[in-house]
Design a protein around this ligand. Structure first.
Ligand SMILES: [Zn+2]
Length: 392
């Protein structure tokens, strides 16, 4: 991630303000009107100007996913949810392998790729985006800003921005955000309000209300498997998801919409996200949180799309984890991948390298040759040919 970490953190911290107002804080404000910016002399305008600067940093961060089809797709969903505000919301899809979406007061919505990998269908995505829109419409940021500024916690808050850490950028991002989460008490009221408003928007747009709670259920499953909530940025900046799951289920029950006619949008979602999945899975494994990644992979296996690719990444997970017995599992997973037409070409190279290491020369040679046949312009052709010469 080439975005300066501090820049990301500032952006994130400001966006977490959207989810953090104190319970019972005074000053619930009227909803923001479409096309409106706050009056120049107001405090809210100052907050917007600060986030405008962050937006400029985001644009040049190098962390944005450029894929125009995906950007248009997410934008379309947002516009469907809140048509009148469509022109006021700018969407930034960031290549960060953690589950997160956030909203800045000036209409900047961030969606991280870790979220896209963890969502099953368009309806689930729509319910998350609806929640973030809820924070924007209700102007939760300015409520929270006033609250934070009035507290000494703000100093600790600022100190976090420059705190050195001994982890890689992604790990430290998670750790620092967990710290931020521990400093702030999150308002159940604002979260519930954003959930309720977002839910209403998504139902009105025709999305199946039963999908709303599933995103959080999946995250809880992942969190419970890892027994370590530090990487769960969304949990660090939001209250525990159990209550949200219950609320959303209750909303769904009450919803008059007939689920049978509601949009789930699995096909549309896959059409837009599937081409990027190889990149997202590679990023996911870079986290080196193998237990959590296994939960994510298991869910993708269950959905059953692109099994060759999934078995390849299952093999990659075993190879990188390198526990006892993982080498055999790696080989088996790569071989399984090749039973499907959509295994990445690298599967052959990966198998070749494995067999090369274990001294299974003939198998290594075959695998390397297949790799070079299938990827005629392979960048690493010279290296693979060097391996092949050693196998003669
Ligand atoms: Zn929120």
């Amino acid at each position: 991630m080439s975005l300066a970490r501090t820049g990301v953190l500032v952006a994130l911290l400001l966006s977490t303000t959207a989810c953090a107002a104190q319970r019972g804080s005074p000053g619930a404000l009227p909803d923001i009107q479409p096309g409106r910016r706050p009056d120049l002399e107001t405090e809210e305008a100052g907050l917007w100007m600060q986030t405008d600067r962050l937006e400029a940093d985001l644009k040049t961060s190098g962390a944005l996913v450029a894929d125009s089809a995906l950007n248009a797709y997410v934008r379309n969903i947002v516009c469907r949810l809140a048509e009148a505000y469509c022109a006021d919301i700018r969407i930034y899809i960031l290549r960060v392998p953690y589950f997160n979406a956030s909203m800045m007061p000036n209409g900047v919505m961030q969606v991280w790729t870790g979220l896209i990998l963890r969502v099953d269908n368009e309806a689930q995505l729509a319910y998350v985006l609806g929640h973030e829109l809820g924070h924007y419409l209700r102007r939760h940021s300015i409520q929270r800003w006033r609250d934070v500024r009035a507290k000494s916690a703000f100093l600790e808050f600022s100190g976090l921005l420059t705190a050195p850490t001994g982890f890689g950028p992604l790990a430290s991002l998670g750790a620092q955000l967990a710290l931020v989460g521990s400093i702030f008490a999150f308002s159940r009221d604002n979260e519930r309000e954003a959930d309720e408003l977002g839910f209403g928007l998504a139902v009105k747009a025709g999305y199946d209300p039963r999908e709303a709670s599933k995103v959080w259920e999946a995250l809880v499953e992942e969190r419970d498997a890892t027994k370590d909530s530090a990487p769960f940025i969304f949990f660090a900046t939001h209250p525990a998801p159990e209550e949200r799951i219950e609320n959303l289920k209750a909303f769904a029950k009450k919803s008059a919409l007939d689920g049978g006619h509601a949009i789930i949008g699995r096909e549309q979602f896959l059409a837009q996200t599937r081409p990027l999945r190889t990149m997202l899975l590679r990023d996911e494994l870079r986290r080196r949180e193998f237990t959590g990644s296994q939960v994510v992979l298991d869910r993708l296996f269950e959905a059953g799309t692109g099994l060759g690719e999934l078995y390849f990444f299952q093999g990659e997970l075993y190879r990188l984890r390198d526990n006892e017995g993982d080498r055999e599992k790696t080989t088996a997973a790569y071989q399984k991948a090749l039973e499907y037409g959509d295994a990445p070409v690298e599967t052959h190279r990966a198998l070749g390298l494995l067999f090369f290491k274990t001294g299974e020369k003939e198998k290594a040679r075959l695998a390397f040759e297949r790799y070079l046949q299938q990827r005629v312009n392979a960048e690493d052709r010279e290296m693979i040919e060097a391996y092949l010469r050693q196998l003669e």
